[in-house]
Design a protein around this ligand. Structure first.
Ligand code: SF4
Length: 406
């Protein structure tokens, strides 16, 4: 018997990351076009990439939501109808929106489904009902809402409810923040967030004897909700969203695999095993992250949610490459993302099942010349390995303790 589980919604920061997220188990992806979204820094999709990405996802039963969650000025709105017509013809599954003017424009020009962005900071039943009356079908709740509160909003409103389950956090109300505007001249609400809240700041106690204080006062830990999956399921939360369109291929693949493995296990068994939970948490520590917190998912976030440290990169693992082609009994062609050596500790991450070690008997350039080190950006040949598929990720253990994963 199949048990009900929420949708897993992964970030697609580029066409390649969309394919990785879908192949590693995401039920839906969200992405931005060249305009109107809040992630100017990610490789937003061109029109051609949108066509290819939507077809790729739909062919594999995954949905595509397009982010139009910038706050727009009148001159920006003039360009929107043409883009909406294009998206409607592509049959994207929903638009993620925060600006009322954008909602009105969508309703005037197309019949696409509207999801309210977390940027609109919907935190209560009354607000949810009002958004519903305006034609919103799903609400991505503000990250300040607990799972218990979200369950009540869902019950009372009858709307689809989406919540963040993993990723970086804003210390402001779901992005309603102007720190980057004032410190960097970049508008957070129009896609320019410079993550100014992660910086070190100092407090100068003028005219007192107190010494000035330097610290990372506002940098939030990262959200991790895997242990709370039973609560999300019990509350009937429709969609679990992973933050991170600007993050790596390694992140897109790992997060999609871990959360989809967990949800699939629940779907078949109706419960989780604590040994699996430990293993999934272990995998989530292998991707780039700050210390983890459950944010406001159970109780409202407080000073314990602050990551009072300098940003550092001490990950155990990094991506080595992506498999481009598998020539049976001959070789794998690999797109090198970070340099690796012939004798590095490499692992192959299959779409389903166990991560396994990959020992290289040879490493060759595409034209067949033996090398001992690959160069980022190049394509290399490594020995064929049974079961390895196009778009499988190869990761490199930077420390020497390679752990298994089922
Ligand atoms: S600076 Fe920090 S708090 Fe402000 S929008 Fe960016 S991530 Fe959020």
């Amino acid at each position: 018997m199949n048990h009900w589980t929420p949708e897993l919604l992964s970030p697609a920061g580029s066409l390649e990351k969309l394919k990785i997220a879908v192949l590693y188990g995401a039920n839906a992806v969200y992405l931005g076009g060249q305009k109107f979204g809040l992630r100017q820094a990610s490789d937003n999709f061109t029109l051609e990439e949108l066509v290819e990405g939507v077809a790729f996802a739909h062919d594999r039963g995954a949905k595509v939501y397009v982010v139009i969650n910038s706050f727009l000025h009148d001159k920006d709105l003039e360009e929107l109808p043409e883009f909406l017509k294009f998206l409607e013809a592509l049959m994207v599954d929903a638009l993620i929106v925060s600006d009322l003017g954008v909602i009105a424009t969508i309703k005037n020009h197309c019949d696409l489904v509207i999801h309210l962005s977390t940027q609109a900071s919907c935190l209560n039943i009354e607000a949810a009902m009002l958004w519903k009356s305006m034609g919103v079908q799903r609400i991505v709740l503000g990250r300040e809402v607990t799972i218990a509160e979200a369950g009540k909003i869902k019950k009372a409103s009858g709307l689809e409810i989406e919540m963040f389950v993993h990723g970086s956090m804003c210390m402001s109300y779901s992005g309603n923040c102007v720190i980057s505007n004032y410190t960097q001249g970049r508008d957070s609400n129009r896609g320019g967030c410079a993550h100014s809240c992660r910086f070190e700041y100092s407090i100068d106690f003028k005219n007192t004897e107190k010494e000035s204080l330097k610290s990372y006062f506002m940098s939030s830990k990262d959200l991790e909700g895997i242990r709370l999956l039973p609560e999300f399921i019990d509350a009937g939360i429709d969609s679990l969203k992973v933050e991170g369109r600007n993050k790596s291929h390694h992140y897109a693949g790992t997060i999609s695999k871990v959360y989809s493995d967990a949800l699939n296990f629940y779907k078949s068994h109706g419960h989780f095993l604590s040994s699996d939970m430990l293993m999934w948490e272990d995998e989530l520590r292998k991707i780039s992250h700050r210390d983890y917190t459950t944010g406001s998912l159970v109780e409202y976030a407080d000073e314990n949610s602050i990551y009072n440290q300098r940003e550092h990169d001490d990950n155990e693992y990094t991506i080595a490459g992506i498999v481009l082609e598998s020539r049976k009994n001959q070789y794998l062609l690999v797109d090198v993302k970070s340099a690796f050596l012939l004798n590095d500790n490499l692992e192959i991450m299959p779409f389903n099942g166990k991560i396994s070690t990959l020992s290289l008997k040879f490493l060759k350039t595409i034209s067949g010349i033996d090398i001992i080190k690959s160069k980022p950006g190049s394509v290399v040949k490594i020995p064929y390995a049974e079961g390895v598929e196009r778009f499988n990720l190869i990761r490199k253990c930077i420390k020497n303790d390679v752990a298994g994963f089922v």
